[in-house]
Write a protein that binds this ligand. Structure first.
Ligand SMILES: Nc1ncnc2c1ncn2[C@@H]1O[C@H](COP(=O)(O)OP(=O)(O)OP(=O)(O)O)[C@@H](O)[C@H]1O
Ligand SMILES: [Mg+2]
Length: 462
């Protein structure tokens, strides 16, 4: 039901209550008036008839009948004269006033007073005087009908007036509703004009402010979504870049091993032959022999350097055994190279199981760079490395007891820490630097495992 109809209903109900109350008051008033009038007239009529009967006491019934016939009706009283045998000798005529009409029974029952008839003994029979309030009651009923009709017309007129006024007063609400509907359909640019009335005016301003706020929010959300999309694209780009770098490193490691390794081996074989020929043959050239020996040592050095480089380019354990084995391998190598540093490893499970390859390589490179930094900058004696799979994520941790950083954050102009952060973000995770409980720097990374999806690669440039 509309607000307008509801207000009208309330006003109509209130008016009906007032009209009902007035009707009851009127009914009670009519009832009192009728009682007053009827009992007074009944008293007078009884008194009058008593006086007359005293006067006619000497006469006979016929004379009394003549007298009563001449008198006719005594106000609102019915008189009936009975003979000694119960025969009706006289009955007063009905009232001519509003003849043929009566008030409804329910109304009459409510209004008519309960007056007992008076029976006077006369000439052996009796004269019965009964009050008859039907005319007075009919008057009351007619008055009430007219009053109710007038009230109904007034009620109707007032309701129509109220309907029109309420409609006018509620018009601003309809405008507000129309604007809210349009906002609900996505049109947030719509605004309300200045509305009449202080309340409507402030309501309209509030709706306009709401629309403006929604517009601003939407613009902000749009910008945020665009920024998020840009970020996702950048992550994809970084991921793609790192994948390509890793692929390049893998190729480089393979080429180094296969091509350069064979060439170095070939040169080494030649140098060996040269040393043997120049040294063993009589009259051999000692200078050529020394050159051959130098060449042999150089190719040996080259071979060792090449073999040391290959694992750095592509850790072989990562491909063969997985992440935790590769990290363990890395740490084992460092233990040998740096016997003065105590390395502690925490690999409670095998987090590399079923981990996607980019995640394994990313995690390995983060640990590798963190450990390189410890060795280069920390002057540490104790290092803890942890790799735990927990709550749908891989948690990396490298702690040292070294000098630490006054402000543990990536340093402009340096690549290592920035690279670690970017790698973590490109994998959909995060990396934090802080003060370690060992006293030095703490590196913590969280890389999501479940639901890991390869970021959309950026299309190659033409
Ligand atoms: N474990 C550490 N303990 C103390 N200081 C550190 C540690 N790790 C990094 N730092 C400081 O943070 C700086 C930035 O490190 P980052 O790895 O970004 O660059 P870098 O190691 O100096 O050079 P590169 O770009 O070759 O990695 C370092 O120069 C060093 O001062
Ligand atoms: Mg570094």
């Amino acid at each position: 039901m509309t607000l307008r109809a509801r207000i009208n209903l309330i006003i109509a109900s209130l008016m009906l209550v007032v009209v009902g109350t007035l009707t009851v008051v009127d009914l009670l008033g009519t009832r009192n008036a009728v009682r007053e009038e009827i009992s007074a007239s009944h008293r007078i009529a009884t008194q009058l008839v008593r006086e007359v009967l005293e006067h006619y006491g000497q006469g006979n019934a016929g004379q009394l009948v003549q007298f009563l016939t001449r008198v006719g009706r005594v106000r609102s009283n019915d008189m009936t004269l009975y003979a000694a045998d119960g025969q009706v000798l006289y009955r007063s005529p009905p009232s001519a006033y509003k003849q043929g009409r009566d008030a409804p029974g329910w109304y009459a029952r409510l209004v008519i007073p309960d007056l007992q008839p008076v029976e006077l003994p006369v000439f052996g029979g009796s004269l019965v005087i009964r009050s008859n309030a039907s005319r007075a009651v009919l008057d009351g009923w007619d008055d009430m009908k007219a009053q109710m009709l007038g009230t109904l017309v007034l009620l109707l007129a007032v309701n129509l007036l109220v309907f029109a006024i309420v409609g006018r007063c509620l018009q601003p609400l309809s405008d507000v509703r129309a604007v809210l509907d349009r906002m609900g359909q996505g049109d947030y640019a719509v605004r309300l004009p200045r509305l009449p009335g202080a309340e409507a005016q402030s309501m309209g301003e509030a709706v306009n402010r709401l629309g403006a706020a929604i517009e601003t929010n939407r613009a902000a959300s749009l910008q945020a979504a665009q920024a998020e999309a840009r970020l996702a694209a950048e992550r994809g780009f970084v991921q793609e870049l790192q994948s390509r770098i890793e692929a390049e490193r893998r190729d480089l490691a393979a080429s180094l091993h296969d091509e350069m390794g064979q060439s170095v081996t070939a040169v080494r074989t030649l140098a060996h032959t040269l040393v043997q020929r120049c040294g063993a043959a009589p009259g051999g050239d000692p200078a050529a022999r020394r050159a051959g020996e130098l060449l042999l040592r150089t190719t040996d050095g080259l071979y060792d350097a090449m073999h040391a480089l290959i694992p750095r380019l592509r850790p072989p354990a990562l491909d063969a055994l997985g992440l935790s084995a590769a990290v363990a391998d890395l740490v084992q190598g460092l233990r040998i190279q740096h016997p003065g540093i105590a390395f502690e490893l925490n690999l409670p499970d095998a987090p590399d199981l079923a981990l996607p390859e980019p995640l394994q390589i990313g995690a390995y490179r983060i640990v590798q760079e963190a450990l390189t930094n410890v060795l280069r900058h920390a002057q540490a004696t104790r290092v803890q490395v942890g790799l735990v799979r927990r709550e749908h994520a891989l948690h990396l941790q490298v702690d040292d007891d070294g000098v630490g950083m006054a402000r543990p954050e990536p340093v402009a102009g340096r690549y290592g820490l920035y690279g670690m952060v970017e790698r973590a973000q490109a994998l959909g995770g995060a990396l934090r630097l802080g003060r370690s409980r060992l006293g030095g720097l703490a590196v913590r990374a969280r890389l999501p495992v479940d639901g890991w999806v390869m970021p959309t690669p950026v299309p190659p440039l033409a």
